[in-house]
Design a binder for this molecule. Sequence first.
Ligand code: TXA
Ligand code: MG
Length: 326
Amino acid sequence: MTAEVTAAVEALANDDVVVLPTETVYGLAGSIESEIALRKIFQIKNRPLLDPLIVHILDGSWIERCAYIDGIEQQVHALIEAFWPGPLTIILKKKPSIQMLVTSGLDTVALRCPAHETFREVLKKFNIPLAAPSANPFGYLSPTTAQHVRDTLGNKVKVIVDGGKCTVGVESTILNLASSLPCIARPGAISAGDIADTLGTMVLDYKPELKNFSVPGQLPQHYSPHTKLKLFGIRDDVRNIMDTHHDEHAAYVCLRRTADVSNRNDVYWLSEDGDYKVIASSLFNMLQTLDGAHYDTIYCQCPENIGIGLAINDRLSRAAAKFVEK
Ligand code: TXA
Ligand code: MG
């Protein structure tokens, strides 16, 4: 066990919070049994208490500490087999032992089994589930490197464990299994189709047009940089966007390298060849870097709503919402 893991476990045992890497984004973790730690999570992030936290567990055997799965055992086991550890969060009926602060008073709890080895080591050693929202100030871009966290919360958290760059780069898919039909409450790397194939039943997919009503705490304005963010479509030519906005000090973020403009120093690309997984993994990193680079505006291209593209567009549309001119 590394010294960092030991320090994290010790802090958690002392009602403190720690920043840990996951495969999706960095999390600000606290023991679900410590009201003091849970309150710190909300304070440090400046997060409203009505936004419930995801509970992180080591494996499927920990579910019974937190939730009931009577009647849906087979579905839950199929999902665990297929996707855990990994970026799938499952909403289930909660047990009374889960504190109100974790679930914002709801009778359900969101459970996730992270894949990052460092997070897993901490869970194994600490042996208590950890509540962990993304380690960003509420409403700001999610952190995909330890440096992002140091930049925004560095003076508020003592233990920040560096586990490298997050490989997935967007938050976990949230699947609600406590509703009458399984439904996607937040899109992520695992799609409704992947889940339907595993369950052999219909799964209601996330509907972008209903984003204001999806889950508590997922506000229409979220994940926003300080710099103005504007979006353009996959079929828009970036040169046209540049021509219309040539008087601004702007950065242009394309989905893939575009040969004609790639030598300009205000043009960036999220992937070489348009691979959506690569785009997802570089999205928050790119936006956070450009947010610190003194541009007036960031223009970012959106992918299609296919597979993880749905999750990328969900984050981008919320990130740009506060800059939409009314
Ligand atoms: O990938 C992830 O899930 C990351 C990493 C750190 O694990 N965590 C994360 O947590 O994205 P956070 O706090 O940024 O988002 C949690 C969201 C809440 O905003 C809420 O929408 C939903 O999960 N949620 C949590 N508990 C819920 C519940 N009982 N019912 C409905 N939605 C819930
Ligand atoms: Mg978050």
